[in-house]
Design a protein around this ligand. Structure first.
Ligand code: C2O
Ligand code: CU
Length: 467
């Protein structure tokens, strides 16, 4: 069923009628520019000369219209990560649309079906690992009851425009391809090799010079002035290309309320593990004095921070807090439990697809079921089916596996109610079952959200068949 199938438009009409469909219009320009990370200037590509780009905020059921202009030298597209929208607006160049070529523009317009914390980024090559990303927040009428204020925190690993000659994500990928496996042993500076729990010993393919929260280095951290005792909803987004983050606030437990936009039974944790593409919402109570929010690059060297500023105190040394966070046991949000209202019905899968994650094989190739990306050889499903995907990781590295157009439910082996998510960490040697209802016809990419793995082949398509 192709993106332009009448069934796709019919599905959208149903959503429009259900949601009311108030139109909300935004404009977005993808453009080259030099950005200040906090004393470090880097040439990069951005949305509207800011990193992250300015947040888009709408309400559930509204019709979002975004006019995207491409002022980049290359073709681009915009993907609305996590939203179950109409297939022809999903923004996957070469699958759901032609890329938007340099100098041209495209209108995206769709009904926003679910509330939550989402984000957007290009779906062309490695562009996501430049500065092209921004939050997309969908408000729920019920929001705000359990907290006083909110703060969106986007964590990122940064290499674009650094070094001389300047490194870009394209040169990083070319280097990985050129050097193949030899680049992954940590011998030539392109691969970190520090052991780490819980990701295993291989925590990434790329050494990043910087880690950021909201586009800022720790030395020039983004901050928010708050009052002791206030409850703040943090919306955490990992926009990294190759880095999972361990996020924590010294002495302040975080009550996790949502995973990838969907509500979970609240659970209090000291540290959260956030893979690339994942989001977690957590409510905190502001402590009596100024406190950093820390994001350690998991298994790598470096960290990012933001600051909760409380009047009458300034930020102290963060060394002790970083060491404490490094010694913590971070919580993988795949272990949370969906609230009853968002659980899928108990139903046996009508169809099962196994996705064996493999690679690399001496070359820098990452595979699903032994093959690189071939949109013509996807995973067939039929509208109305309950579908189970089983991700089985036969590699030595973790893979945050993402499905477009649906929010699956993780099915823990102990039979508990796993969370609704669209991106799930699959650790080395592990196997993860996820279920979804095939209720959004089209061609939907499923892939590793490590941008380099995805580009090197770890992508396939959940493909609705015409009946
Ligand atoms: Cu965040 Cu295929 O995308
Ligand atoms: Cu991967």
């Amino acid at each position: 069923m192709l993106p332009n199938d009448p069934v796709v438009a019919a599905t959208e009409r149903t959503r429009l009628e259900a949601g009311g469909g108030t139109l909300r219009s935004f404009a977005l320009t993808a453009e080259p520019g030099t950005i200040d990370l906090g004393g470090v200037m880097v040439p990069t590509w951005t949305y509207g000369a800011a990193v992250p780009g300015r947040e888009i905020r709408v309400r559930q059921g509204e019709r979002l219209r975004v006019d995207v202009s491409n002022a980049l030298p290359d073709p681009t597209s915009v993907h609305w990560h996590g939203l179950a929208i109409r297939n022809d607006m999903d923004g996957v160049a070469g699958l759901t649309q032609q890329p938007v070529v340099a100098g041209k523009s495209q209108r995206y317009e769709f009904v926003v079906p679910d509330a939550g914390t989402y984000w957007f980024h290009p779906h062309v090559g490695t562009q996501l690992d430049r500065g092209l990303y921004a939050p997309l927040i969908v408000e729920d009428p019920a929001d705000g009851a359990a907290y006083d204020d909110e703060w969106v925190l986007v964590v990122d690993d940064w290499i674009d425009g650094t070094g001389s000659p300047a490194t870009t994500p394209d040169t990083v990928l070319a280097g990985l391809r050129r050097d193949g496996m030899s680049a992954m042993g940590g011998m030539d500076g392109t691969a970190p090799a520090s052991a780490s729990e819980p990701l295993g010993s291989d925590t990434g393919d790329v050494v990043y010079p910087y880690y950021l929260i909201n586009g800022r280095l720790p030395i020039a951290a983004d901050s928010r002035t708050v009052r002791a005792g206030q409850r703040i909803r943090l919306r955490l987004i990992n926009a990294g290309g190759d880095t999972a983050f361990r996020i924590g606030i010294p002495g302040v437990p975080m009550t996790i309320t949502h995973t990838d936009g969907f509500a979970v039974e609240p659970t209090s944790k000291e540290a959260i593990l956030l893979g690339m593409g994942e989001r977690v919402d957590a409510i905190i109570t502001v402590p009596p004095s100024t406190t950093p929010i820390l994001a350690i690059a998991e298994g790598k060297t470096g960290s990012a921070q933001a600051v909760l500023k409380v009047a009458g105190s300034s930020l102290g040394d963060t060394g002790g807090a970083l060491a404490k966070l490094a010694a913590s046991v971070p919580f993988d949000s795949a272990r949370a439990a969906a609230v009853t209202a968002v659980r899928l019905s108990q139903k046996a899968p009508d169809v099962r697809h196994e996705l064996v994650l493999g690679g690399p094989d001496g070359q820098y190739n990452w595979t699903i079921n032994g093959r690189g990306y071939d949109p013509a050889r996807g995973l067939p499903v039929v509208q109305g089916q309950r579908v189970r995907l089983t991700f089985t990781n036969q590699t030595g590295m973790f893979h945050p596996m993402h499905l477009h157009g649906h929010t699956f439910q993780v099915r823990p082996t102990d039979g508990g109610a796993g969370p609704r998510k669209d991106t799930v960490l699959v650790l080395p040697g592990a196997s993860v079952d996820v279920d979804f209802d095939a209720d959004n016809p089209g061609q939907w990419l499923t892939h590793c959200h490590n941008i380099y793995h995805g580009e090197a082949g770890m992508m396939t398509v959940v493909s609705y068949m015409s009946t």
